[in-house]
Design a protein around this ligand. Structure first.
Ligand SMILES: CSCCC(=O)C(=O)COP(=O)(O)O
Ligand SMILES: [Zn+2]
Length: 256
């Protein structure tokens, strides 16, 4: 796709490997899969992988399903300096957001423009207000999400999954401060929704980031469908008002 860094560059070996699990190959393969799910259409969304000392980043504004390993940027994880920069390309505008996830121990971060994610941010705003998180419980797929950083095991069926929501900005990179704030406020979160935009999901490694992103997308789609037929996402709302409890008593199908 791109005009390449000269092939005699000392860093070409960083993106050349016959191993399908090499990060440069894997980002391209994953983005092809994610495209079919509607996660990275129209150049939106993307994926970044940290592999020990190296961070692999896709270019900005390209069709993510058509990328080639030679299009990948490679950054030194410690110095945060680019070791490999393909000519005529810019690194993804999501780079500072991916780095925020790597700073907190992630091995892979996936950004999607899934319509389910966008719809849930709109529903939460309308039903619960601008400061609210998305919350859901008693759905089997919640078990696909870890309890939190430094905690062993995954959420259980009766645990509540909470995904914070931050407001969108005109430029992707300007999301960084609010994303980091949300990461600090919700240290157990492995995902953050961006209103009217999409979601960032990260995991300890590629396998975990991918399966967590799949579980969350499944739950977000389910949540939209549940809302359409008037089913609540949680059994009860924390800090309910007397009016909320009154409505509970009537067993009205409202979202809290
Ligand atoms: C139509 S995509 C707008 C930018 C965006 O939200 C995104 O996720 C893609 O950014 P990138 O710089 O990686 O192309
Ligand atoms: Zn985006």
């Amino acid at each position: 796709m791109a005009e390449l860094t000269p092939p005699d560059s000392p860093h070409e070996h960083l993106i050349q490997s016959p191993d399908p699990n090499h990060p440069a190959n894997l980002i391209c393969e994953l983005c092809r899969k994610f495209y079919t799910l509607g996660w990275v259409t129209g150049t939106g969304g993307g994926t970044s992988i940290r592999n020990n000392d190296h961070i692999f980043i896709a270019p900005s504004g390209v069709q993510k399903e058509l990328m080639d390993p030679k299009d990948m940027f490679v950054m030194c994880a410690q110095k945060r300096e680019y070791l490999r920069k393909p000519n005529f390309l810019k690194p993804s505008a999501c780079t500072p957001l991916f780095l925020a996830a790597f700073d907190r121990g992630a091995g892979c971060c996936i950004h999607t423009h899934s319509q389910w994610a966008v719809l849930v941010t709109l529903l939460v705003e309308r039903e619960l207000g601008p400061q609210a998180c998305f919350e859901i419980e008693q759905i089997e797929q919640i078990k696909g999400i870890p309890k939190g950083r430094g905690k062993s095991g995954n959420l259980g069926y009766y645990d509540r999954l909470r995904i914070p929501i931050i407001e969108n900005t005109a430029h992707e990179e300007d999301l960084t401060d609010s994303l980091e704030e949300a990461m600090e406020k919700y240290p157990d979160a492995y995902a953050i929704l961006v209103r009217r935009h999409g979601i960032y999901v990260w995991g300890d490694n590629v396998h975990k980031a991918k399966t967590q992103c799949e579980s969350i997308d499944y739950i977000l789609q389910l949540a939209v469908e549940m809302h359409k037929i008037g089913l609540p996402w949680t059994k009860s709302r924390p800090q309910r008002t007397w009016f909320g409890r009154f409505l509970d008593g009537l067993q009205r199908p409202l979202i809290y």
